[in-house]
Write a protein that binds this ligand. Structure first.
Ligand code: ATP
Ligand code: MG
Length: 483
């Protein structure tokens, strides 16, 4: 028996381009490296006029000449020798993410007064048939966009993508394409690195000179978000933290929040698990096939924090944009989903009612029968029974028919479409004088509701009076008029 070495063909570099990175996930992989290098300011600098390059400049620790060579080597850093806080894993990101978008990758780094500039050029590799990188001289640097800005830093790294063939593939107007990509990039970066961009040690990330705002998928700052309970799931000695959130109903969001890509009409697609590895968002949305993206559960989002020790169990992919929970977690997750989506459903069903009580008296009733449901208007509601009592007998039939027609022709399909579209619903509160008129009608209907002492607890359960802040004095005023 003897060994034979099979050296991979250089075409491997071309094949690796198709791992399936999106532009956003490729950029996130480059930013990962800057954060891991301790950068405080990371700039994404794109040529949005000629679309000739996208550059990433950071003020992190930089690389020595040896480290820079290591960095450009495929799978140069293995998983075992890493710090547990490292955002990297495979030793591939810099190369695969870059070449998934462009044909030429240049890395320039400064550390301890020495500057190293290296380049993978796909066409050069393919033409020579060798796995050879180009080592750039100081004389080559003026060709590299933003290299002068790096030179002014004590330590730092510049990554430049040129010949953006995949990024611009088929785009009729490259400059417009770049501008549009940058817009959605801002949201993606703000979301993926949100937890690095807040607090005292916040990292500043800029896209073409404008700071990226962090994007909180859980709207934790909003008083209307329901949070928790947080729980730690321990499996094989490793702790995975899980925290559910129920976002406010879309109609309770501010106009600015509603415009956010993941909150307006698209809220439904963005429900689900948000999985973080070392505080960096890996996958967002979806229930890992354990539940549907239901309209009624669109406000439910669950934050999951996994430690890097579980990368393999969770099948972290090279692009760091996908994970799959191991079997041991799936059954626990199913319970968590049931709990949190139950909360989200309740929020929908009771929206708009001040008191959620089983003895509440609503104007509309949902009747379940024959395997389906229908709505009726509640004849026992004091406003309806009061009106009925005041009508002569011969007119009551007309009232009956009118109420039946109102219920039958309730525009449910139209409402469904609007709610699915998250259109804000305008609720008109009754004015004080309208409320008084209604109370008078109830008062004048007499019967058991005529006594102001007896009526108050009853009215507190009744729409629309259950929303009135000082119902007691309003009732007192109306009943006094009668004396
Ligand atoms: N901006 C940077 N500043 C300093 N060092 C860097 C920078 N970018 C890359 N490196 C070095 O290059 C190495 C290789 O980076 P690369 O992204 O290819 O792999 P990785 O981060 O180790 O793993 P992964 O494939 O999971 O991203 C890094 O481990 C790091 O040492
Ligand atoms: Mg990396």
């Amino acid at each position: 028996m003897r060994d034979e070495i099979l050296v991979p063909g250089v075409e491997l570099l071309e094949s690796m381009r198709s791992v399936g990175y999106s532009f956003e996930s490729a950029v996130a992989d480059i930013i990962d490296n800057s954060i891991a290098a301790g950068a405080k300011r990371i700039q994404v600098l794109a040529d949005s006029v000629k679309a000739s390059y996208i550059a990433f400049l950071d003020d992190g620790a930089g690389m020595s000449p040896e480290e820079a060579r290591h960095a450009l080597k495929l799978a140069g850093t293995s998983g075992s020798e890493r710090d547990s806080k490292d955002l990297g894993r495979f030793g591939l990101g810099l190369k695969t993410a870059s070449l998934s978008q462009c044909r030429r990758l240049t890395v320039v780094s400064v550390q301890d007064g020495s500057l190293t500039a290296l380049q993978w050029d796909l066409d050069y590799v393919l033409s020579t048939g060798n796995w050879s990188i180009r080592v750039l001289d100081p004389a080559d640097l003026p060709e590299i966009p933003h290299a002068d800005e790096l030179a002014s830093l004590k330590t730092g790294t510049l990554v430049v993508w040129q010949a953006l063939d995949y990024l611009l593939a088929g785009a009729p107007d490259p400059s417009l394409e770049v501008s549009e990509r940058l817009m959605s990039l801002r949201h993606h970066i703000g979301l993926v690195f949100q937890r690095f961009m807040e607090g005292r040690a916040a990292i500043r990330i800029e896209v073409n000179g404008v700071a990226v705002n962090n994007v909180d998928p859980f709207l934790e700052g909003s008083s209307k978000t329901q949070i928790g309970p947080r729980e730690a799931v321990v499996i094989d000695g490793y702790v995975v933290t899980v925290e559910p959130f129920t976002l406010p109903h879309p109609s309770a969001l501010s106009a600015r929040e509603r415009k956010r890509q993941d909150l307006g009409a698209a809220m439904r697609e963005h429900q689900g698990f948000y999985v973080y590895r070392n505080r960096r968002l890996i996958s967002h949305g979806g229930w890992f096939g354990l539940a549907k993206l239901d309209e009624l559960t669109k406000q439910a989002r669950v934050r999951v924090d996994i430690p890097p020790e579980l990368d393999q169990q969770w099948q972290l992919d090279i692009k760091k944009s996908r994970v799959e929970p191991p079997q041991a977690f799936r059954s626990r997750f199913r319970q968590i989903i049931e709990h949190v989506t139950g909360g989200s459903k309740r929020l929908h069903q009771f929206r708009g009612r001040a008191s959620v009580r089983s003895d509440a008296v609503y104007l509309w009733r949902a009747i379940e029968e024959r395997g389906g449901y229908r709505y009726t208007i509640n004849r026992e509601h004091p406003m309806i029974s009061g009106l009925e009592a005041q009508l002569p007998l011969e007119k009551r039939k007309l009232l009956d028919q009118t109420l039946n027609d109102l219920a039958t022709y309730f525009p449910a399909p139209d409402l469904y479409v609007r709610m699915a579209d998250n259109q804000p619903r305008i609720e008109i509160d009754s004015t004080q004088s309208e409320l008084r008129d209604r109370l008078r009608a109830i008062r004048d209907a007499g019967g058991s509701l005529a006594d102001p002492e007896a009526i108050l607890p009853a009215l507190r359960r009744v729409e629309p009076f259950n929303n009135v802040v000082d119902l007691q004095s309003l009732v007192a005023q109306v009943w006094k008029e009668n004396i």
